[in-house]
Design a protein. Structure first.
Length: 261
């Protein structure tokens, strides 16, 4: 989908930001030159839409040398900075590595990345995903990052993907308790079941959206609430465009209920 279409959908349906998937097959990625980055940033400013995050694919807990992972994070952070975004998304990717070994790699890399990205005003957000799908897993890593690199909160933090913590057996209350503080960035979605994760319209599936938004404080929540609709991986999913108006209304209803409005 081209940027003008994306921005048109966002403005038409009242979405304040867009999370950009920074893959080479997409319109925006780290390979863009300075001129194109400036043009993209201008398009977003003119539309009144924010780049909520640059979603990359570095795997900070994966086996192997550190430098290729760190180089990928640096490139994403520079892109985010140039687009006026304060966040980049990374994955754990620990695979079948022993838990302690995967944790150690993630801690080492996130601490190093935080030192470099914080001066840019960019935080590296570790998503609850794959080998570290529970909030408890991500929180454990980030606590060790803070011990290794005091003050690293400015450069590293959590990204709460509600589906993955739910699949990991955590309730929203348990996830927030594990994080210890309300995350600045939350991804919501809906699915039919643990066995069928095909994207559904918000409210049409089984994920505890109401409980999660209530736990976040409803409209009092001050971070990014991102509806992640992964049609890219599920061809059978309905097109996103016709769902956006109802999705925005559903989020407003849930946020109001969570605030007690």
């Amino acid at each position: 989908m081209d940027l003008q279409t994306v921005l048109g959908l966002a403005t038409t349906h009242g979405y304040q930001g867009v999370e950009l998937r920074a893959h080479p097959e997409e319109p925006v990625h780290p390979g863009l030159d300075t001129g194109r980055r400036a043009a993209v940033a201008r398009e977003f400013r003119d539309a009144g839409v924010v780049v909520s995050a640059v979603a990359g694919y570095p795997q900070v807990a994966a086996p192997g040398p550190d430098e290729p992972v760190l180089a990928e994070i640096r490139a994403l952070a520079r892109l985010a900075h140039d687009l006026g975004s304060g966040c980049v998304r990374v994955f754990p990717g620990g695979g079948t590595a022993p838990g302690a070994e995967a944790d150690a790699a993630a801690v080492r890399r996130l601490a190093a990345a935080a030192r470099e990205t914080a001066p840019l005003g960019v935080r590296v957000l570790l998503e609850t995903h794959d080998s570290h799908r529970r909030a408890a897993d991500v929180a454990r890593v980030l606590a060790a990052v803070r011990e290794r690199e005091p003050g690293s909160e400015a450069g590293a933090g959590p990204l709460w993907d509600l589906m993955h913590t739910w699949l990991g057996g955590e309730s929203p209350a348990q996830s927030l308790a594990a994080f210890g503080a309300v995350p600045h960035y939350v991804q919501v979605k809906d699915i039919a079941s643990a066995e069928d994760t095909t994207p559904l319209p918000l409210g049409a599936g089984v994920l505890p959206l109401r409980e999660a938004l209530r736990a976040l404080g409803g409209h009092r929540y001050g971070g990014w609430l991102c509806w992640e609709y992964e049609k890219r991986w599920y061809e059978e999913a309905a097109p996103l465009g016709p769902l956006l108006a109802a999705g925005r209304a559903r989020l407003d209803t849930l946020l109001s209920a969570g605030t007690g409005d």
